[in-house]
Design a protein around this ligand. Structure first.
Ligand code: B12
Length: 271
């Protein structure tokens, strides 16, 4: 396929993603992605304590990337805005996928089917967990130009700040990357995201370029402690209460509201 045609295909795909309800979409190369920081660092980090249902999925696994087929040439990543005004998008209801994630899965599935049928490019929607064959979504989003990693260790996008959730699929065709952006959202920020953390997950240096061999973490300062963060999330699970939601006032549901302090305090993209 000619380079110009491939660029046109990228923009046709992105437009379709937006039409289906994605807030952003972009494409990166699989070869670039597996060289990204998360693939190097995930295995060096201490394991996470998890609630029993998630324990297996969340542990470091030396098979990262192995399950990705050699046919997978590009990664298409989409975001779905999760504004502070719609907190329920991020809530787990009776241990069921949050509505925002359900929307992402639906858009991704429809987009994959459309690409296969209309453009004759083979697609494979990816699962959420890396250990189940997914990819590190923030790294993919950075390489695809959706935003940059901020001091809060989250993808910070120009339009929605970090208040987005992500999903991806692989394409069995090399489509030119749409990123990364030259974008430094945290440059002059006093980082309220770090101060607000109830577990002080940003107080210690965790990644050191000289030990870990990764020197691209400038913006994040390498000080996000996932175990501290996870302690907070385990407490959020324990604190889940039964509520009657507006969507179905007759039905009681147990609602898990995970902490979003480092997201919500970010001034980028606030409305
Ligand atoms: C496991 C997991 C967790 C664990 C461990 C988190 C961790 N970061 O290690 C726990 C349960 C603690 C957790 C917490 C949260 N999570 Co979480 N989590 C994941 C998951 C499944 C994998 C992440 C992972 O293991 N990364 C590997 C470790 C090594 O890397 P890392 O800490 O993420 O940091 C890397 C990047 O910053 C990258 N990086 C840094 N600089 C640069 C520069 C360049 C150029 C590149 C390419 C990369 C790069 O390298 C870093 C180090 O390796 C992803 C989904 C997915 N499939 O990717 C969601 C995901 C990252 N989580 C998400 C969210 C929203 C959260 C929470 C806010 C909770 C919530 N309400 O959902 C908190 C916030 C944590 C924070 N401030 O980072 C979103 C992030 C959206 C965004 N805007 O970035 C994701 C993408 C899921 C989604 N639904 O979209 N999470």
């Amino acid at each position: 396929m000619k380079e110009n045609l491939k660029k046109q295909i990228a923009s046709v795909i992105i437009n379709k993603a937006l039409e289906l309800g994605a807030s952003q979409a972009g494409i990166c190369s699989m070869a670039d992605l597996i060289e990204a920081p998360s693939y190097k660092l995930a295995l060096l980090l201490p394991a996470l304590e998890m609630n029993d249902d998630e324990a297996e999925e969340n542990q470091p696994n030396p098979e990262f990337g192995v399950k990705l087929s050699p046919e997978a040439k590009s990664v298409l990543v989409i975001s779905y805005a999760h504004p502070e005004s719609e907190p329920q998008l991020d809530w787990w209801l009776d241990d069921i996928n949050p509505p925002g994630n359900v929307a992402l899965i639906d858009i991704n599935r429809k987009l994959a089917a459309w690409i296969s049928e209309t453009l004759a490019i083979e697609t494979k929607p990816l699962p959420y967990y890396v250990e189940k064959g997914g990819v590190f979504l923030k790294d993919a989003a950075v390489l695809a130009g959706l935003g940059s990693i901020g001091k809060n260790n989250l993808l910070v996008t120009p339009e929605h700040g970090p208040r987005v959730r992500l999903r991806a699929m692989v394409l069995h065709e090399t489509i030119p990357s749409t990123g990364p952006l030259d974008y430094q959202p945290c440059k002059n920020c006093s980082a309220p995201c770090m101060d607000v953390c109830p577990e002080m997950a940003f107080v210690e240096t965790i990644y050191r370029p000289e030990n870990d061999g990764v020197d691209t973490l400038a913006e994040t300062a390498g000080n996000y402690d996932r175990n501290r963060c996870n302690t907070c999330m385990l407490a959020n699970i324990k604190a889940a209460a039964t509520e009657y939601l507006e969507s179905d006032p007759a039905k009681p549901v147990k609602v898990i509201k995970y902490c979003r302090g480092c997201e919500i305090t970010c001034p980028v993209g606030e409305v």
